[in-house]
Design a protein around this ligand. Structure first.
Ligand code: ADP
Length: 474
């Protein structure tokens, strides 16, 4: 089975969120199952420092009716033989940020038209014919239409899959820009919505199969689909949910080079050591008994900061320490900087993006707080399970599929969850966690062990994707 997998970001070459992790983990796991996978992403500025690049092909890509130059460079996904091609056009991709500094770059539609169409032109240049063309999010949602309508020799007849990692981002542009994408008539129609171009809508209506990154989110979006409910319902028979795995070569506390001390489920001493050193480094009071609550996240509304901020004093009244790593909305950044000033020794705020600190916080924390308003899958609650850090989450989307509340099911319980999106419910769940942590070390350890024992690797998810591809007769 030959799979062309195209994404706007792939870890470790360029990353802003979970999409990049999936675009690394899934192709690698599919290759382990025997698939022939080829990954394509833009040659963002950050790529050159992270990959050994070899020029592989030169061709042009039609965008807005003009032939744009493309140099494709070849590399491999780390710890694998999976080839990845970086589509280079410096005018589009040699920029400081992947999508834009504050708001999206004004030529976003051109940039991602170039990526989608360029991926198929690459297949022509390489003489490589995919059976499956796998698109991800709005950036590559034009692929299904291009496969069906361009008649390119190599991709003609391929089956198309669109994975929605986050429905909130749809790639909406003014209709005046529709000429950019080079589709007309019935091919273009699905990509229009009112007076806008909407790439995700087009992908949903055109792909042979659509999936989201958790079963619960796949159901939720039929009711709350950010304006695309009708389109999603019309594809309900071709809409699936597959939970993301995690990259256990990168997220493994027993062999994590970014930690101060490694540890295993049999010997948690290293976890305590990470907590102590994190407290020291970040100016928190060194106290092994104080429940350390961690949060690592894009500082975006989706992630539940509207619950955390108004309840922050009450949260601290639970006797916890709090560490946040994230960047994003300026009002959230300001809030946490000020909170760290106000609660010296009890609150630490790292307003940045840092892989190193993400790993350290996962290892050092006792509790991971993730009160998302919605969550397509969520990775950090799964990293937390692997690191023996007990998740407290809102039961939505992938959080509902991965975290079982100990109160509702003692045997399977691996964390704490709450239903309604309110500060009181969040505080209630966190209070239950803090109480158990304080009063029942043995019970706490049981929950920690349950998380660390889970198989969260990509293998199961990759098998589920393979089954989806097979549904398409491949
Ligand atoms: P989303 O894709 O909505 O951002 P996910 O939980 O699916 O949420 O994935 C987020 C990924 O980005 C995780 O790997 C997480 O560790 C990482 N991440 C988010 N913010 C930061 C940050 N400030 N520093 C380091 N890693 C971060």
């Amino acid at each position: 089975m030959r799979i062309l997998f195209v994404a706007a970001e792939v870890a470790p070459f360029a990353k802003t969120g979970g999409l990049a992790d999936v675009a690394l983990g899934l192709p690698r796991a599919l290759a382990s199952l025997g698939a022939d996978v080829l990954v394509v992403m833009p040659k963002h500025r950050s790529v050159a420092a992270k990959a050994e690049l070899r020029e592989a092909a030169r061709f042009t890509v039609p965008v807005s009716g003009q032939a744009k130059d493309c140099i494709a460079f070849r590399g491999t996904l780390p710890e694998s033989k999976v080839p990845i091609y970086f589509l280079g056009n410096d005018a589009y991709f040699d920029r400081s940020a992947i999508y834009g500094e504050v708001s999206e770059y004004p030529d976003a539609l051109e940039r991602f038209t170039f990526l989608s169409r360029g991926a198929l032109e690459l297949c022509e240049a390489l003489g490589w014919s995919p059976d499956i063309v796998h698109a991800n999010d709005w950036h590559t949602a034009l692929l299904p239409a291009y496969v069906k309508s361009l008649g390119l020799a190599r991709s003609k007849g391929a089956k198309t899959v669109l994975t929605i990692h986050n429905l909130a981002y749809q790639g909406a542009f003014s209709r005046a820009q529709a000429d950019t994408i080079g589709l007309t008539g019935a091919d273009l129609e699905p990509y229009l919505r009112g007076d806008q171009v909407n790439l995700l809508r087009g992908g949903i209506l055109t792909a042979d199969l659509v999936n989201t990154v958790s079963p619960t989110y796949a159901k939720e979006i039929l009711e709350h689909g950010d304006g695309l409910e009708a389109e999603l319902r019309s594809r309900a028979n071709a809409l699936y949910g597959v939970l993301n795995g995690i990259d256990t070569t990168v997220w493994n506390p027993a062999a994590d080079p970014l930690l101060w001390a490694t540890y295993t489920r049999k010997n948690l001493a290293g976890k305590a050591r990470n907590k102590e050193l994190l407290q020291k480094e970040l100016g928190l009071t060194v106290d092994s008994r104080a429940p350390l609550v961690g949060t690592i996240s894009r500082l975006a509304e989706q992630k539940g900061f509207d619950l955390i901020m108004p309840a922050f004093d009450r949260l601290l009244d639970l006797g916890i320490q709090f560490v946040v790593l994230g960047s994003g909305a300026p009002e959230y950044e300001r809030f946490f900087r000020e909170a760290a000033e106000r609660y010296r020794g009890r609150v630490a705020a790292l307003i940045t993006f840092s892989e190193e600190w993400a790993h350290r916080i996962e290892a050092a924390s006792d509790i991971f707080l993730m009160p998302s308003r919605f969550e397509p899958c969520g990775l950090n609650q799964q990293y937390s399970l692997a690191y023996g850090t007990v998740p407290v989450v809102r039961a939505t989307g992938g959080l509902r599929d991965t975290i079982v509340d100990v109160g509702s099911d003692k045997r399977r319980g691996n964390g704490f969850s709450f239903e309604a999106y309110t500060a009181d419910e969040m505080l209630g769940a966190l209070a239950r966690a803090v109480t158990l942590h304080r009063d029942d070390p043995r019970g706490w350890r049981d929950i920690v062990m349950k998380g660390m024992d889970q198989d969260l690797s990509w293998e199961n998810s990759a098998k589920a994707y393979r089954d989806l591809y097979r549904k398409l007769g491949r």
